[in-house]
Design a binder for this molecule. Structure first.
Ligand SMILES: Cc1ncc(COP(=O)(O)O)c(C=O)c1O
Length: 383
């Protein structure tokens, strides 16, 4: 069986085709499907990019692991924001978006037939990248009853002699669940107990507005000992999904192995983009982040009120720009989302697209303009 043929079907394709057909038929469709911020990248970052573009040295190949100045800016930010100390030269690696790094990690760490533990419900890339690397994804369940954090005793039983890697993702897409310090420490202990690498996807770490803020796994790790790598993204933090930039930080050996894979496949992040991002990580960081996050609490309230009025149960999340809600009456999330589109012209995402653990749920994204979220909420009241 080829690696490609092992990839699961892309379950969002059908809803996407139905959305395009509805738009082509002239319907006013409210798209609360994809998590792609509607607002632009903050002005100071765009202005810094405009300047960086003028510098001819930026027109040449980037330094493969990222410019040292970029990695120093990240190390400074990790220290100020998350109390994490890293060596910018060895413990930070620029990525062409966090997805790129997550996608390449299994190539660096897995031999044919090795296993990676991946969450169900969860972002599909972990399992797909594992399959493409010739590995075997072993799903571990995340349940509403456990607030979508792992049951470590259950995970202990899923470990085999071939398990090499644990994927974690907090704050969690699609549920918005946050891992407290106890969960992060338990993850490190689990990794140490079974001699696994722990890969934490922190793409939504900054997309949170209630205290206490979610923390970095690295804040609990000893990078001389713990085999841990954390993936960060500027996509959601600075509304930069189109720019393709993120970074990994963590144990030097893991970063070196990932960098070796990347050296064979890509040539780094456009240096002008690195310079632009670095300007956002300085003293004005919190003000910039506040402008990025400003729209979400009101949008979330509108959607939560609408769902409450419709009698739909939601998972009370503290982070991400998603609302995770139960399909009324339970059951087939794809059929439900098809029906919401047909009857109300609103696109929402079927939970089953995030693995079997997502069945019976659906995800609403808050990344549409305010008036579209408001219109979507009005329609969802009638579910
Ligand atoms: C959980 C999670 N991780 C990683 C990513 C990838 O983000 P990017 O590659 O834009 O940094 C996404 C994007 O939606 C995501 O939802």
């Amino acid at each position: 069986m080829s690696r490609l043929s092992k990839l699961p079907p892309y379950l969002f394709a059908e809803i996407d085709a139905a959305r395009r057909a509805a738009v082509a038929a002239g319907r006013d469709v409210v798209d609360l499907g994809v998590g792609d911020p509607d607002l632009p990248t903050p002005r100071p970052i765009v202005a810094a990019m405009a300047e960086a573009l003028q510098r001819p040295r930026n027109h040449r190949y980037p330094a493969n692991p990222g410019a040292l100045a970029f990695r120093e800016a990240i190390a400074g930010w990790l220290s100020r924001r998350h109390g994490v100390t890293v060596d910018p030269a060895r413990e930070v690696l620029a990525l062409i978006g966090s997805k790129e790094g997550l996608g390449h990690l299994p190539l660096a760490l897995l031999e044919e037939g090795d296993e990676a533990l991946v969450p169900s419900v969860g972002y599909p890339v972990y399992g797909q990248a594992t399959l493409l690397a010739g590995g075997r994804p072993v799903t571990y369940p995340l349940r509403a009853a456990d607030a979508f954090v792992p049951d470590w005793r259950e995970l202990d039983r899923l470990v085999s002699s071939r398990t090499r890697l644990l994927f974690l993702n907090y704050p969690h897409n699609p549920t918005g669940a946050v891992a407290g310090d106890d969960v992060l420490r338990a993850a490190l202990a689990f990794g140490a107990r079974h001699n696994l690498a722990v890969a934490q996807d922190a793409a939504y770490l900054e997309v949170a507005w209630s205290a206490p803020r979610p923390g970095s796994l690295l804040a609990h790790a000893d990078l001389r000992r713990d085999r841990v790598i954390e993936f960060h993204s500027f996509s959601k933090m600075f509304n930069m999904t189109g720019w393709r930039v993120g970074f990994a930080a963590g144990q030097a050996d893991l970063l070196r192995d990932l960098a070796r894979v990347k050296e064979s496949l890509d040539s780094g992040v456009f240096t002008a983009v690195q310079e632009a991002v670095a300007t956002g990580l300085g003293d004005d960081y919190e003000a910039l982040l506040a402008t990025v996050l400003a729209p979400y609490p009101a949008r979330r309230s509108l959607v939560l009120e609408a769902l409450a009025a419709a009698g739909v149960e939601v998972f009370a999340a503290d982070a991400t720009f998603y609302v995770w809600a139960r399909v009324p009456g339970g059951g087939d999330s794809l059929a439900f989302c098809r029906r919401v589109l047909a009857d109300h012209a609103v696109v929402v995402t079927p939970g089953v697209g995030f693995g079997p653990g997502g069945e019976g749920w659906f995800r609403i994204s808050l990344t549409a303009p305010d008036e579209r979220v408001a219109e979507g909420a009005r329609r969802l009241r009638r579910l």
